[in-house]
Design a binder for this molecule. Sequence first.
Ligand code: GMT
Length: 389
Amino acid sequence: MSATDRLNLGITCFPTFGGSGLIATEIGLAMADRGHRVHFIARDLPVRLHGTSRQVLFHEVTESDYPALQHAGTYPLALASKMIEVASYERLDILHVHYAVPHATAAWMAREVLGDKAPRIVTTLHGTDTTLVGTDPSYLPITRFSILRSDAVTAPSEFLRRATWEGFGIPETFPIEVIPNFVDTERYAPARDRACLRELFPALGEDEPVLIHVSNFRPVKRVGDVVATFAEVHRRLPCRLIMIGDGPERSPAERRLRELGLEERVAFLGKQEHFVELLAAADVFLLPSEQESFGLAALEALSCGVPVVASDIGGIPELIDPGVTGYLAPVGDVGAMAEHVLALVSEPARWSAFSRRARERVLARFRLSPAIDRYEALYRRLVAGRAGR
Ligand code: GMT
C-alpha cells in the first residue's frame, strides 16, 4: 500500500471481554493487516490485542489519583486528552469509537479542541449503550448529542438502528449504517473433538449432550434461565453444561445448581480467552438474554456449526433463522427453550442439518473480510470528505 493510501486510524473501546471490545480489536488488527497504522486508545490493553508492532500501537489512558477526583468520574476527560494527544502527534485520519458512552462524547470533546486538524469520528453503537445506559436519563442528552455529532454512525443490526432512532428521538433521516458483526470463520470452525469435553467431564457418556453458555454473566443475560433450561433438559435426558465467563450472576447460578444437586454436571470456567475447542465440541449454545443487539457469542457458536437456542428479542432474529440454524423462544420461556434443546439433541440427523446450515449461513453472511471492506470503505469516504456530515 502506498503512503498516501495508508490511513492512520485511532480505535477506542472497552478493553474487557465484552463483544464491543472484541469487534473493535478485530477491526483494528484487520486494518493493520491491510497496511493501515492503528492506534488503540483505551484504559488497558484490549483482551485480544496481543503485543503491539509498528503497525499496531497501544496508548494507555491514565487518570489522576488526586483524592478530590476519586468519585468525579473523570475518565472521559482523561480519554479526551489522550485522544487529542494521539490525534495530533500521529495525525489520525479517523477516530473510531466503540460503545457510545462515554467514548463518543470524549471523541466529540477531542474534536472541539483539535478544530480543523481533528480526525473524522466514527461511532459504532453496540447495544446497551443505546438500549440501557445511553437512554438512561442521567446520560441521554449528552449521548444523543454525541451520536448526532459523529461523522458516521454504525450499528450491528437493523434492530439497534431502529432502537437508536426511537430511544434517542432521532429522526430516521439521520444515517446509521448497519454493518453486521462478523467472525473469523477460520478460527471459529467446526471441530467435533469430544476429548476436550472429557477433560472437563471424565465420565461423559458417548452420546451425552453438552450445552454451553458464554457471557459476561450480567442480569441482562438471564443466567438463571440457562440453569433452569439445563435442569429441565437434564431431567429428561442426562446432559452437561459448560459456563464460560464471569460476572454478578455467576454466584447465584452456582448456588442454584448446588440446590438442584447438579453441580457435578456443570463446569464453570470463568473468563477464558481460548475456548473455541470447547465451543466447537458442544452440542447446543444457550443464549436466553433479556436483550441482545446482536449476540456475538452466538455467532461464534454458529460459525463452529453449533446450533443456538436463544430468546426471540433484539437483533437475534437477524442472526438465527428459527427452525434452520437454531430455535427462538419468548424471553423467560425456559420450558420452550428446553423443548428446543431436546428437539436438537435427541435426533442426530436433525442436529447435523442445523449444524451444516449454521456454518453455511455464517460463511454467506458474517465473514470477517466483507465487513472489514465496509469499514474501510466508510473510512475512505469520510477522509475523502464525501460522506461527512
Ligand atoms: O452484552 C454483552 O455481551 C456485552 C456488550 C458489549 O458492549 O460489549 O455486547 C453488546 O455488543 C456486542 C457486540 O456488538 C453484541 O453482540 C451484544 O449483543 C451487545 N449486548 C447487548 O445488546 C446486551
